[in-house]
Ligand binder design. Sequence first.
Ligand SMILES: Nc1nc2c(ncn2[C@@H]2O[C@H](COP(=O)(O)OP(=O)(O)OP(=O)(O)O)[C@@H](O)[C@H]2O)c(=O)[nH]1
Length: 303
Amino acid sequence: MGERRHATVAIIGLPNAGKSTLLNALLGQKLAATSQTPQTTRTRVLGVAGRGDVQLAFLDTPGIHLPKHALNERMMAHVEQALEEADLLLWVVDANEYLGVGEHALAKRLRRMGRPTYLLLNKIDLLSKSRLLEKVATYKDLLPFKEVVPIGAKMGLNLDPLWALLERDAAKPGWPYDEETFTDQTERSLATEFIREKVLRKTREEVPHGVAVLIERWIEPGQEDYPEDMDPEGVFIAAQILVDRDGHRKILLGSGGLMIKDIRQSAQRELKKLLQRPVRLELFVKVDEGWRDRPDRLDRLSI
Ligand SMILES: Nc1nc2c(ncn2[C@@H]2O[C@H](COP(=O)(O)OP(=O)(O)OP(=O)(O)O)[C@@H](O)[C@H]2O)c(=O)[nH]1
């Protein structure tokens, strides 16, 4: 074994490029919520992985966009913080999308920062080889990228070469996290995100952007109020789903309560996998108009 080295690696880019999918793929474990809805990620998510002598601390970040609410301003502050912390940047783009103003603005910003940046052209499973080559040529002039790597985060395409490059470039001495550390997220915050992910995946358009999840009760065996009819090794979780307006509450409940039932069941299955014990989940939908612009609410939601 050589000397131990590490790097902090921020995963950045526009909404929906596949940043969280990439983080999960690099870690080989689900940590970040993913969905087709842009702006799924709202905070910075740390995922730590060690290979050989090298430890990499990945920071998944919210997709970069113009903020309309206090919520979005906080999301962008998380991006700023990750940019500050990182030794290396992975700029993920959806290679099937046109290169637009958002990319140009980010490139300008990164040029000024001068931090080593890899361009990751993602979703290559949806692209022919000739189109991919065209894309590489189009993006290459944006910045003096340290590397340009085509990947398919969802199917794990080309991630080994990416790992090898990151291992080569991790230059700081030592390992900042112990070998068991995998994330700084608590079980509660992961549970919150996984419940929200299910809401995003089952609803469309405006609803997902106005949704937040707040865990109200988390009861372990032996604690007062632990349901008597539950498995003695389980956990009881009650969560509120906050929505921006009454119309969204109705959509979330669905006809005859079918939508919320579906969300509850799939979130409960996911939480069982995450926590590796039986879970009973209860969900309540609550209208909290304007929560996205209320700093006290955002604090309580840890955004
Ligand atoms: N076909 C294909 N789809 C992908 C790939 N990577 C990600 N996706 C899909 O792209 C969508 C967005 O992925 P996310 O990982 O949530 O994207 P993100 O960049 O974290 O999104 P924000 O949170 O909005 O910033 C999801 O539906 C993913 O399944 C890929 O390699 N191929």
